[in-house]
Design a protein around this ligand. Structure first.
Ligand code: G
Ligand code: G
Ligand code: MN
Ligand code: NA
Length: 257
C-alpha cells in the first residue's frame, strides 16, 4: 500500500480533518485569525504529515479535490464558530499552485463561501512564492475574481522562494508570512546575525509595499519581544498554541474571551 494509492480514496473515506492554529495581532495582543492545517489519518498507514503527502497529491492532481474540501470545511467550521459567538477574525487556508492553475478554482472558493455562509471578506488564502512565478493570464483572472470578492491573499514561507521584489508588488497580496526558519534563529542571535537582518528587511519591505507582515514559528517571548521591536504586525507559533483539533481550538478561543 503506497501513499499515492491510499490518497485516492481518502476523501471518500473521510480520512481528512483540519487542525487550527491561532494568529495573533501583536499590538492588541489578541487573536486576529485562525489558520487551517490539513491532517490525514489512514486506517493502515496511520497519520501522514502534509509534508509527506501534499507533493504527491499535487503530482497526481488529487490536491484539487482535497483542496476544495479544505476550503469548504474551514469555511463551514468558521461560520459555526462565529454563530456560536466565538471571535477570531479571519480564516486562513493554504492553497497549492496546482489549485490556482485549475480554471474553476476561484469560482468554487466563492461558492464555498456562499454555501457555508462564511463572508468572503473574512477568508484568506495562503500561497507560496512559487505560485506567483506562473504569472499567466489565467492566474490574473483568478486573482481578479478573488480580489473582487474581498478574499485576502498572503504569501506563505516568505523568504525561502524566489520572488523578485518588483514582481511581488504587482500581485494583490496583502500579507507576508515570514518563514519560521528565520524566526527560529532570532532570539539566539541577540539582535545580530543573518536571520535578524532578513526578518527586519522583510518587515520593512512589507511596510514599503503597504502589506501586513506575520512571523511564523514564534516559540518564545524573547522572539515576540524582538518582533514587536521590529514592527511586526502579527505572530503565530507554539508560544500561543500548537495546531489544535476543532474542539480544543474552540476551547482555546473561549479561554481568550
Ligand atoms: O502542521 P504542518 O505540518 O501542518 O504543515 C506542514 C506544511 O503543509 C505547511 O507548509 C503547510 O503550508 C502545508 N499544508 C498544511 N495544510 C495544507 C493544505 O490544506 N493545503 C496545502 N496545499 N498545504 C497545506
Ligand atoms: O503553512 P505553513 O508552512 O505556515 O505551515 C505551518 C507549519 O508550521 C505547520 O507544520 C505547523 O504545525 C508548524 N508550526 C506552527 N507553529 C510552529 C512553531 O512555533 N514552531 C514550529 N517548529 N513549527 C510550527
Ligand atoms: Mn501556511
Ligand atoms: Na510557512
Amino acid at each position: 500500500l503506497d501513499i499515492e494509492h491510499a490518497l485516492r480514496g481518502a476523501l471518500e473515506h473521510e480520512e481528512f480533518s483540519l487542525a487550527y492554529q491561532p494568529l495573533i495581532d501583536l499590538s492588541r495582543h489578541a487573536v486576529c485569525g485562525i489558520e487551517a492545517l490539513l491532517r490525514w489519518h489512514h486506517p493502515e498507514l496511520g497519520s501522514c504529515a502534509p509534508d509527506e503527502f501534499i507533493e504527491i497529491a499535487e503530482a497526481t492532481g488529487d490536491i484539487v479535490g482535497i483542496g476544495e474540501w479544505v476550503v469548504r470545511e474551514a469555511c463551514r467550521q468558521a461560520a459555526a464558530w462565529d454563530a456560536a459567538g466565538l471571535e477570531f477574525g479571519r480564516m486562513s487556508v493554504n492553497v497549492s499552485a496546482v489549485q490556482l492553475r485549475d480554471p474553476g478554482f476561484a469560482q468554487r472558493v466563492l461558492e464555498a463561501c456562499v454555501d457555508t455562509g462564511w463572508p468572503a471578506t473574512r477568508l484568506e488564502l495562503e500561497i507560496t512564492e512559487s505560485a506567483l512565478l506562473l504569472d499567466t493570464d489565467a492566474l490574473w483572472a483568478c486573482f481578479d475574481v478573488l480580489q473582487g470578492a474581498g478574499i485576502g491573499l498572503s504569501i506563505d514561507d516568505f523568504g525561502t522562494g524566489f520572488s523578485s521584489l518588483s514582481y511581488l508588488s504587482r500581485f494583490p497580496v496583502g500579507r507576508l508570512k515570514i518563514d519560521r526558519s528565520f524566526i527560529s534563529e532570532l532570539a539566539g542571535a541577540g539582535g545580530t546575525g543573518r536571520a535578524v537582518a532578513v526578518t527586519r528587511a522583510i518587515i520593512q519591505l512589507g511596510k514599503a509595499l503597504r502589506m501586513q507582515v506575520l512571523a511564523e514559528g514564534v516559540e518564545s517571548s524573547a522572539d515576540e519581544q524582538l518582533l514587536r521591536e521590529y514592527g511586526c504586525d502579527e505572530v503565530q507559533g507554539y508560544l500561543y498554541s500548537r495546531p489544535l483539533p476543532p474542539r480544543e481550538m474552540a476551547r482555546w478561543l473561549q479561554d481568550q474571551a
